[in-house]
Structure formats: C-alpha cells, structure tokens
Design a protein around this ligand. Sequence first.
Ligand code: LLP
Length: 432
Amino acid sequence: MTQKAIPLPQLTGFSERNGCWYAEEVSLVDLAKEFGTPLYVYSKKALTQAYQAYDKACIGPGGKRRARVHYAMKANSNLAVIDCLKKLGAGFDLVSGGELSRALAIGADPKSLVFAGVGKSATEIAQALQVGVKCINVESIAELHQINRVATKLNCRAPISLRVNPDVDAQTHPYISTGLKGNKFGIAYHEVLKTYREAALLPQIDVVGIDCHIGSQITSTAPYLDALDKVLELVAQLKKEGIEIHHLDLGGGLGISYGDDSPPDITEFTNTLLDRVAERGFGHLDVVLEPGRSLVGNAGVLLTQVEYLKPGAEKNFCIVDAAMTELMRPALYEAYHAIVPVQTKAIPKTTYDIVGPVCESGDWLGRDRQMAVEEGDLLAIMSAGAYGFVMASNYNTRPKPAEIMVDGNKAFVIRAREKIQDLFSSETILPE
Ligand code: LLP
C-alpha cells in the first residue's frame, strides 16, 4: 500500500523550519524533552486568530454586532483554553453540569452561557437556573416539562429555546450527524410549533430563542442554509401566532481541514448565514454561533515518541507511546489526522501503520503512512486540538497526558500529566 497523497492542513500556530517542527517559537523537540510524551501542545496564536476571524465576521456593516460566538467547550474544555477565549469575548455552549462548573471556574458571565444536551438531569437544570444562564436549549417535550417543574421548585423563570431537528443531511460521518430525523437530537420539525405553543402556556417558562445544530465537521455551507431556511419559516410562523423569540442559535459544526478537506472560510461562512438571516427580515434577532472544532482543531497537536518499529507479515507497524486513549478519533470514526516526524531525517521512507500500545486492534492513529523514522523519534499528530484530550480515557490504566499552551516563545503547563497512583487512589478493596 502506498501513502495517500494528502497534503498537510494549513496551520497558523505550527510550522516546519529547517526540517524541525515548532509551535509558534518553541521547538517541539524541546517541549518533548522538558515535559515528556505523549503531550498535547496548543498554540495561543492559532486559537486567537480563529476566534478573531469569527468575531470580525459577526460585526455587520456600520459596525453593528450581528452575532456572538459561544464556544462549544466540549471540543476542548481546558481552563486555559476557555479562559483565553473568554478574554477574547467568547460566551460558551455547555452540555453538562461539569462544563457549567468549568465556565464558572473561569468567571464566565452566566448570561454568556447556553446549555444544550439531550438528557440534562434535574440537578443540572437546577444548577443552570440557579446561576442564571442565558438559555436552556430544550430537546424534548418531556425535558420542557422537567424544566418547568424544576423552575417551579426554585421559584424562578426558565429562559428556553427549542432545538429544532430540521431533517437536513449534513453529509458528515454518521456518528457526528445530528440533524436527521433518525438522530436522537432536537424536536422533530413537525412538532416544533406545537411544542412552542405548549411552552408558551407553561407558568415558569420564558420562550427566548430557537436553535438548531445539524452535525459536526461539515465542509459545505449548503446544509446550513437549508436548515436555516427551515428554522426561519418556523420563526415567521411563531411571530404570526404572537410568540416572539429574541435569539436564533445556529449551532456549531463548521469543519476544518485535516488534510484534503476544504471547508468554507470562517468569515465567508459566517457572513453567508448572517446575510441570509437579514435578507429574510430577521436581522433584528440576536444570533448565537456555537463553533467548537473550527476554533481549536488546528490549534493543537499531539506529540508522541516512537517506541518500536515492527515489520509484520502484511504491514509494518510504527508503535508509538500515544494511543486511542489519548486520541480516540481514528479508532472511533476512522478519522484521518496528518502525522509528521518532528525532525526530518535523511533515511529511506517505509510505509507504516502508526499504532499505540493499547490492547485493541482498533488502536491505530494513522494507516499506510510513508515515513522516515527510527525508534526514539518524535511524531506530531496534527489537528488534534479539538475532541482530542477531552475524549481521552484511562483505559489500560494509562495516565492522561499533560497539556501545554505555547504563547510566542513561552510554554505553559496547562494540565499536569496524570500520576499512575492517582488513577486508582479512590478505589478500595473489600475487607477480609
Ligand atoms: N453545538 C452543539 C449542540 C453540538 O452538539 C456540537 C457538537 C457543537 C455545537 C460543536 O460542534 P463543532 O463546531 O465542534 O463541530 N467527537 C466528534 C465531534 C462531536 C460533535 C458533537 N457536537 C469528533 O471528534 O469529530
């Protein structure tokens, strides 16, 4: 098998100079020496630039703000990452009480928080209402009634939007498609108006918005426009019925380039959606965007060291110290991540499957990659800033790796490497 001729994604925070890879001004070799591997490395500059591109596009003609970015922290919820984004002006999209606690830990304004998710518990709903989030995105009639009950107990109002399932094909991996009628997410399109009428009658509920999210790693604008048109039809109908909403949440999902994907440019994408909202006469509504991956995906790499090179009967294996436990995406979605040797070597290339030490044949990080590597070399797994560390596990009693944020020529530990003892320190054996 030969290596697929896939180009590297365009990166702003990582670059190769004289055969050596850098995060901003810091060499990845130095980072591995100082902090060990496997190691997540993020670039503050890449994160900042991605955010600023969205934010700039959110400002319309005449300097009027047309939309606001609520970063979907499920993509990467490290406190340093979310704190940087908060300081740049981002609000947040949350999906659990845990994420809400993270937002509060960095002092995020509760009014900059929207709370989504298909199965929020009564405890999570109470936590969200008590801190006073901007909105709870409701995904079923049953949840709507649960929110009303919790708000009654707490004697408070519950600001809600209904998440519409528009039945639009986002043309992405089936596991990360969310807007088809067969998906568990959102309220079926034909039930939405009825549910709003019901919501408007519930004593503790304030209808404030409408929302929609059709999937992730979407590389064309067309499915967004289809979903948006369907949502705007509902907004027009609601208006006729006297149910006024104040904001429109268009979800996240914009893809990034992992290599040969060509997602729309963030600015063009945002402008296209916001222009459509204005053309349809809803320019007065506040618009919420919930990007995750497109803010952080290409702002991070996973550094790993080659342990062994193992020629096999059918394949050659390059066994590295990172695994599906650090980066689950290849095992779970057969996702492609570019993998580069951190230092170029003048030795012949061999085709390898890059695999981890975990006891699963599904534990692979890259397949059929042509590479000039030797044992002890470092590899950088690119585009690992989103859905990387956050999906890491302790399977095989493997401690989670450290995370580093580089800012110019400085590197900061933003999460210490886990210690093995900590992994079982809360476990107890039965008494004799
Ligand atoms: N809003 C909602 C309601 C979502 O469900 C998601 C992602 C987002 C925003 C952010 O989407 P993004 O801009 O990051 O595409 N683990 C998968 C991705 C799962 C995405 C789930 N929802 C992966 O590694 O590809």
